[in-house]
Each structure stands twice: as C-alpha cells, then as structure tokens.
Design a binder for this molecule. Structure first.
Ligand code: ATP
Ligand code: ATP
Ligand code: CA
Length: 220
C-alpha cells in the first residue's frame, strides 16, 4: 500500500529515512532549505522541493496538509525544528515524528504535541554499549526511561539449565517472555519453567534496566 510521507531535512538521518521509504515504494515528499540537498534527492524521492518549513504559507502551498505522516529531521537548528513541528501541528497533520538533538529539545517537542520523538545518536549509543558489554547481547529496545527488552544469545553459563534452575524471575526480577530455539525455526512465546535452554538459543528478556544489567553481567 502506498502512503504519503514527507521528510523535512535531508541530512544523514532524514536522508536515510527518505531513501529507505522510497526504496520500499512509498510516495515521499523530500524537503530541504538547501538546494544541493534537494538536487541529491530529485531521483530518489517521488518529489523533492526546496523550502523553509518554518513558514506556514510555504507548508500550505506544498499541500503538506494532505500528508499522513511527516518526519522532521532538522538537527542543529533547534528553533527551526520546533517551529516546523508547531506549524505541522497547526495544520492538523495526523502523525509527526521528530528527531531531537538533546533532552531539552525532546521535552519541548513532546510539549507541543510531536507524536513520536526520536533521539538516534543517544539510542544507537545505548544499543552499541550493550553489544559491547557482551557479544551475546544481540539487541536492546528501550520501553521507557528505566525498562527495556533485550535479546540475548545463550552462552555457556546458561547452557543446559532450565528457567527454574536459573531462577531468573526470583533472582533478577526479569521475565523471559520468549525463547527462540537455535535448532528450530519456531519461537516459544510462553516458555515453561522446566524448559531446558541450550547454547545459541535466543532469549527475549523484559525488565527494569538495573535488573537486566545484573542478569547480563552474571548470566550472559
Ligand atoms: P544529520 O542527520 O546529518 O546528523 P543534523 O542532525 O546534523 O543532520 P542538520 O544538518 O543541521 O542536522 O539538518 C538537517 C537538514 O535540515 C539540513 O540539510 C538542513 O539544510 C535542513 N534544514 C535546516 N533548517 C531547515 C528549514 N528551516 N527548512 C527545511 N530544511 C531545513
Ligand atoms: P514465582 O513464584 O516466581 O512466580 P512460580 O510459582 O510461577 O514462580 P514456576 O513458574 O515454576 O513457579 O517458576 C519457578 C521459577 O522459575 C520462578 O520463580 C522464576 O525465577 C523462574 N522462571 C520461570 N519462568 C520464568 C520466565 N519466563 N522468566 C524468568 N524466570 C522464570
Ligand atoms: Ca548531526
């Protein structure tokens, strides 16, 4: 299904979103204030225009009002990012995703009604930090400021043990919500306490960050 998107700001982050959406066959309106950026996307996005999105009249002329989802990927110019978001909000855009440059910027964006605020440098940093702690930590997904889901590969410490042996919930306060068995294609989403886990199985674990940290240090 084709859906209409607009990406404002064609730097590395916005540019990457624009390329990916376009490659997936989505109809993307690519916008940047700089001519050279827009030129670069002429052959990539369905539409590419030079515009300053802090100007309400410009947004109206571009017909942005009819677009389902707008991504604001203006970075350094925080004022332009906030103003653009505010204008989009006033135009009644259904879904607005905005890249935040820092925590203060994020707070303001949430206050003015951005639907989804992303912080790619910080979040990618966190994910990489976890994968540096152990090569068996495959992924890390933040649920809130202090809760996450992690995907861990079973190493020697948990090999051949059951959830009951390891007593994970009681000892670490985390829950194993699913087990992807190494030798099977399936995923078990309601693991029994007596299920034996083996090396290279993948556990999906949910919990408070401090509990997950302890689990990672001691068992992963
Ligand atoms: P990157 O994703 O490369 O890290 P960045 O976070 O450093 O980007 P900038 O390069 O500051 O962000 O901004 C991204 C893009 O947004 C730039 O190409 C810039 O020209 C564009 N931009 C800045 N202000 C506006 C504006 N008012 N209207 C439209 N585009 C703008
Ligand atoms: P609890 O009193 O902790 O709820 P329980 O009465 O549900 O335990 P079992 O389901 O047999 O008893 O589990 C025994 C122990 O095995 C749990 O206390 C927990 O530490 C561990 N365990 C079982 N299932 C999981 C799971 N999905 N994730 C993490 N640990 C588990
Ligand atoms: Ca940057």
């Amino acid at each position: 299904m084709k859906r209409e998107f607009a990406v404002i700001g064609l730097g590395r982050f916005g540019g990457s979103i624009c390329r990916e959406l376009s490659a997936d066959g989505m109809d993307v309106l690519a916008i940047d204030i700089q001519e050279d950026k827009v030129k670069e996307f002429k052959n990539i996005a369905a539409h590419a225009v030079i515009a300053d999105t802090t100007d309400e009249n410009v947004l109206k002329e571009l017909g942005v009002r009819n677009i389902d989802h707008v991504i604001v990927a203006i970075g350094d110019d925080i004022q332009a990012s906030i103003l653009s978001t505010l204008m989009l909000k006033e135009l009644g855009i259904k879904k607005i995703t905005v890249k935040a440059q820092n925590d203060h910027h994020e707070k303001v964006l949430n206050k003015i009604g951005a639907d989804h605020v992303v912080h790619p440098e910080r979040d990618m940093g966190k994910r990489i930090a976890h994968s540096i702690i152990s090569t068996n930590i495959l992924d890390h997904l933040e649920l809130s400021d202090d809760h996450s889901i992690v995907e861990v590969k079973v190493g020697v410490k948990m090999d051949g043990k059951t959830l009951l042996d390891l007593d994970i919930r009681a000892q670490y306060g985390c829950n194993v919500v699913a087990i992807k068995e190494a030798d099977e294609k399936g995923i078990n989403v309601s693991p029994m306490a007596t299920q034996e886990i083996e090396q290279d199985d993948i556990l999906i674990v949910i919990g408070a960050d401090k509990d997950i940290s302890r689990f990672e240090k001691e068992l992963v």
